[in-house]
Design a protein around this ligand. Structure first.
Ligand code: GAL
Ligand code: ZN
Length: 674
């Protein structure tokens, strides 16, 4: 796999615009960056008011100087378009660039990431500054990437957006009759008789129609996508070869990231786990899955474009990274396919809301702090990891993870209403595989998804089937694949209307059963799944009741009126096997037990063949294996083969000792020349 850059990028958000009156600091920055092995910075993300102090009046002089100094020092630049935050003059002169909130009221000037992305004025002003920047810098020798805006998020309900929503709906449905039918508007007498009657869903108006809400999310995604494409085209006009990215976020569900990723060349994301809480292993599992999700959006290496070298300032409790954790969490990103370890932020500002957010350089201006040394260590490690850059993380397992499914589950008034926990549930399945060193891709239900190469497809809570998902899953199993579906699957179609007939829609013969009723358990309540062979594990949250079961029953419910009723089944279909899990395994151990049963005969490839101590995880990226200790204890491992640790250069074989929060980047000792 050809990486986008010749070396791992190491650096972060650099805000020299806050220090223009301190040339000494700007000078010191570059020297300290060299010391910290920084080779790339994200520049100009929030510089609009310095770049265009008055409408149409540009000032690039200061940026010329900063970019020259960086480039002379061999530090590459991810140059930002400044659309993340707008200057005050823009809001004052053109109030339409300000967003309207859920109550349809217009906001005042302030903060960031809060523009109306429909506003033609906003689009034009952004296009103009982007074009001016690109005209000047798109061929600058230091620039390696465009960083479009910052963390696109939120939505606007202004009249322009409402009108655009109606336009989007007209285009999709053609007639109101079709919209009324597919939105099921005879319910509560909501039939529309004119397009103008339709408003964006909101707590001040209508937010009870799930079909409408799913469409609103699709519309918002398409607005943001077209905005990013507008910016992309504006800068690419001056140098089509320069790649663009837009930094994405964790646990962000408002836009479909699989779709947004189509608008950019490289996926990048901002990674801020809260380490050292109740369960670091769980945190690590969640962020491993986040990294794999980002890798899967375009099915290629991504950038971790933000992370903190020490702490953040926006959580309720902002804890320091313990010694070792900065290297460990940075290597986790690399293990999962990152081409970078970038941080927010290079230097703490003196004011503003992020003056106390972690940074490589603090207010003391020192380069001999613990944090600075941690950053130096990561930078030096990345230089030794260049052989890993072209290595591709390959997976035999696919986890189906779909934004639209998430929306449909969230908007459904059923089960644990408002707490469907789709993402967290997916993390639980992911974790049980990740702990065993098994690589997982995440794929959604879009047409581009091809399941044929996977040995196992795990589809938790696949409530919505779209783009013929039932047919595609059927063909996948028929051709020899192993599929795991769970409770709450195949219930609604792409319009978020319930399928008529037996569930899971279109798969009853593949699974050898039909799902008839769904029981929801109270928090803390459990049932049990009694597996063949006598093992029993607790289940909770949801218990579905399958009927007409012709599949082989591998486990049954232990309690309640459905005791003895099938709970885990497997059906041979064509060349493959279709598993069905009717309830949610309650504990991590329960999940491990169930997934061990499902994967028993598959012999899936693990990053390391050895059994690792609890809390130690091995992650494979091509020929490299990253062994990570997510515990505060020293761990002793056995390595059968000889491996070279690229970080230290040591050969590790036999009994090997991994320090607290320690990490190794291993490649086969004899494979280095390969
Ligand atoms: C990110 C954002 C940065 C900075 C950082 C602080 O979400 O993109 O600009 O605010 O958080 O952790
Ligand atoms: Zn708007």
């Amino acid at each position: 796999m050809k990486p986008d850059f010749p070396v791992f990028l190491h650096g972060g958000d650099y805000n020299p615009d806050q220090w223009l009156d301190r040339p000494d600091i700007l000078e010191a920055d570059v020297c300290m960056m060299k010391k910290a092995h920084v080779n790339a910075v994200s520049l100009g993300i929030f510089s609009w008011s310095r770049l265009e102090p008055e409408e149409g009046v540009y000032d690039f002089g200061w940026l010329d100087g900063v970019m020259k100094r960086l480039t002379d020092a061999g530090i590459s630049i991810a140059l930002a378009t400044p659309s993340g935050a707008r200057p005050a003059w823009l809001a004052q002169k053109y109030p339409e660039v300000l967003r309207c909130g859920p109550d349809f009221q217009r906001m005042h000037f302030g903060e960031r990431h809060n523009h109306c992305l429909t506003s033609p004025v906003y689009r034009e002003k952004v296009r103009a500054i982007d074009a001016a920047l690109a005209d000047r810098y798109a061929k600058h020798p230091g620039v390696i990437l465009w960083h479009i805006g910052n963390e696109f998020g939120g939505e606007c309900r202004c009249p322009l957006c409402a009108e655009a929503f109606r336009g989007w709906l007209r285009n999709k449905y053609g007639t109101l009759a079709d919209l009324n039918r597919r939105w099921w508007t005879d319910f509560w007498s909501h039939r529309y008789t004119a397009w103008e009657q339709i408003e964006p869903p909101s707590p001040a108006g209508d937010q009870c129609n799930p079909s409408m809400r799913v469409d609103w999310r699709r519309f918002v995604t398409s607005q943001v996508r077209s905005f990013i494409e507008m910016e992309r085209d504006a800068v690419k006009a001056f140098n089509p070869a320069l790649p663009v990215t837009a930094n994405l976020m964790e646990r962000f569900w408002d836009y479909d990231y699989f779709e947004l990723a189509q608008a950019i060349d490289v996926v990048s994301w901002d990674c801020y786990p809260a380490w050292h809480g109740a369960d670091d292993l769980q945190r690590a599992a969640e962020f491993a899955m986040n990294h794999d999700l980002m890798r899967s959006l375009k099915h290629k290496p991504f950038l971790m474009i933000e992370s903190t070298p020490s702490l953040v300032n926006w959580k309720d409790v902002n804890k320091l990274k313990r010694p070792g954790m900065h290297l460990l969490s940075s290597m986790q990103a690399v293990a999962h396919g990152s081409q970078s370890v970038m941080m927010f932020q290079w230097r703490k500002g003196r004011g503003g809301s992020e003056a106390f957010h972690g940074a490589v350089v603090s207010h003391d201006g020192r380069d001999d702090t613990r944090v600075f040394r941690d950053v130096e260590q990561v930078g030096a490690a990345l230089e030794r990891l260049t052989p890993v850059l072209g290595e591709e993380r390959k997976a035999e397992v696919c986890l189906l993870f779909d934004w639209e499914n998430r929306w449909a589950l969230d908007f459904a008034q059923m089960g644990r209403r408002g707490a469907m926990q789709y993402f967290d549930t997916c993390v639980r399945y992911y974790r049980a595989l990740w702990e065993r060193g098994i690589a997982v891709d995440l794929r959604d239900m879009s047409e581009a998804t091809d399941l044929s190469g996977y040995r196992l497809v795990v589809a938790p809570m696949l409530f919505m089937f779209r783009n013929g998902m039932d047919e595609r899953l059927r063909r996948y199993v028929e051709a020899g694949g192993t599929l795991l579906v769970t409770y709450l699957s195949g219930i609604v179609d792409a319009d978020d209307l319930a399928f008529l007939g037996d569930a899971p829609h279109g798969l009853t013969d593949v699974l050898g059963l039909r799902a008839e009723e769904l029981d929801t358990l109270y928090p803390g309540e459990t049932n049990s799944l009694k597996l063949e062979g006598g093992v029993s594990v607790p289940v909770s949250r949801y218990c579905e009741l399958p009927e007409d079961v012709s599949a082989r029953v591998v486990g049954t419910y232990g309690e309640d009126f459905y005791a003895g009723h099938p709970c885990l089944t497997v059906n041979s279909f064509g060349q493959g096997k279709a598993w069905y899990l009717a309830a949610e395994p309650d504990t991590e151990q329960a999940m491990r037990t169930v997934l061990a049963r499902v994967t028993e005969e598959l012999g899936l490839t693990a990053a390391l063949p050895e059994t690792l101590p609890q809390g130690v995880v091995a992650t494979g990226r091509g020929r490299a294996v990253f062994v990570q200790n997510y515990t505060a204890e020293t761990q002793t491992l056995w390595l059968t083969d000889a491996w070279r640790d690229l970080i230290t250069g040591d050969v590790r074989q036999g009994t090997a000792v991994l320090p607290p929060y320690g990490v190794w980047a291993l490649m086969k000792a004899d494979g280095e020349q390969a």
